[in-house]
Design a binder for this molecule. Structure first.
Ligand SMILES: NC(=O)c1ccc[n+]([C@@H]2O[C@H](COP(=O)([O-])OP(=O)(O)OC[C@H]3O[C@@H](n4cnc5c(N)ncnc54)[C@H](OP(=O)(O)O)[C@@H]3O)[C@@H](O)[C@H]2O)c1
Length: 247
């Protein structure tokens, strides 16, 4: 199966790196920055124009900014199957922009697809081969189209929020006297282990297991509460949703 990326920015790069050589031949386009050629050189694919991409790709992965949808779709006339990564852009909009395509699906991946530990929300029609490709990149969740914005705010944007939490904890470790590299290693490994544990246990259980009454973790959680820790995450999700919905 030939996969073609229309757009070679951050998300195209993350997915293409996640697939590596396992997805078969990869094609890339850009709007003139040279990023398509860079990705092709890195991953052994080919940089082409949009018209050639539409002709050669069995699956076109639409990885441009939402505002570029109509212009890029006109250059991709003849596309047979489309997988749209566009944020805040319902399936109906994609299908209308590609009236000739047999399969049109919408996928919201997060950046962890690069290490095959992504979350990928999926709606619409996709072939068995396309589904298999997505499964290579992480955890695939079928989702109604209307739930995509809410999902995006907590799985598409969230790697940035979690990265900020990791950075803040590591910085606090440095302030407490640890070396920078060691502090980051301790926090990153703790984050990975906690994520594994959270697959088995409810977040409140994990909190209770660590924070014994009167202990140091309880003191830390109280300080987080006093500083509005929980509310800060809620505000981040609300702000992301508002931006997505243009309000
Ligand atoms: N970043 C994320 O974590 C993330 C997560 C989920 C979904 N998404 C979605 O993925 C899409 C891409 O996001 P991104 O962060 O990867 O954006 P990005 O880094 O800005 O990349 C956009 C790419 O589109 C290319 N482009 C623009 N017009 C084009 C055209 N007419 N033909 C071919 N290529 C064209 C740009 O070309 P140049 O290189 O020449 O500028 C660039 O390579 C967005 O719709 C976003 O909502 C992103």
């Amino acid at each position: 199966m030939v996969v073609g990326f229309a757009g070679s920015g951050s998300m195209a790069a993350a997915m293409a790196r996640g697939w590596g050589a396992d997805a078969g031949p990869l094609l890339f386009t850009d709007s003139g920055s040279g990023r398509a050629a860079e990705l092709a050189a890195e991953l052994g694919g080919e940089a082409v124009g949009n018209a050639e991409l539409a002709e050669r790709a069995d699956l076109v992965v639409l990885a441009v900014k939402p505002a570029a949808l109509d212009s890029v779709a006109s250059e991709l006339a003849g596309t047979r199957a489309v997988m749209s990564l566009l944020g805040a852009t319902p399936l109906e909009r994609i299908a209308a922009a590609f009236p000739g395509a047999e399969d049109v699906c919408r996928v919201m991946p997060n950046v962890a697809v690069e290490v095959r530990r992504g979350v990928l929300c999926v709606a619409g029609r996709l072939s068995a081969d396309a589904r298999r490709l997505l499964q290579m990149l992480g955890h695939v969740v079928e989702l109604p189209d209307e739930d995509f914005d809410a999902a995006t705010a907590i799985m598409g944007c969230a790697p940035a929020y979690l990265a900020l939490a990791v950075e803040a904890l590591a910085d606090a470790g440095v302030e407490a006297g640890l070396g920078e590299e060691l502090a980051r290693e301790l926090v990153v490994e703790t984050t990975g282990g906690t994520a594994e544990l959270l697959r088995e246990r409810h977040p409140q259980d994990v909190r209770r297991a660590v924070a014994s009454p009167g202990g140091s973790t309880e003191a830390g959680l109280e300080a987080l509460d006093a500083e509005g820790g929980r509310e800060a995450f809620e505000a981040a999700v609300r702000a992301s949703l508002e931006r997505m919905r243009g309000s």
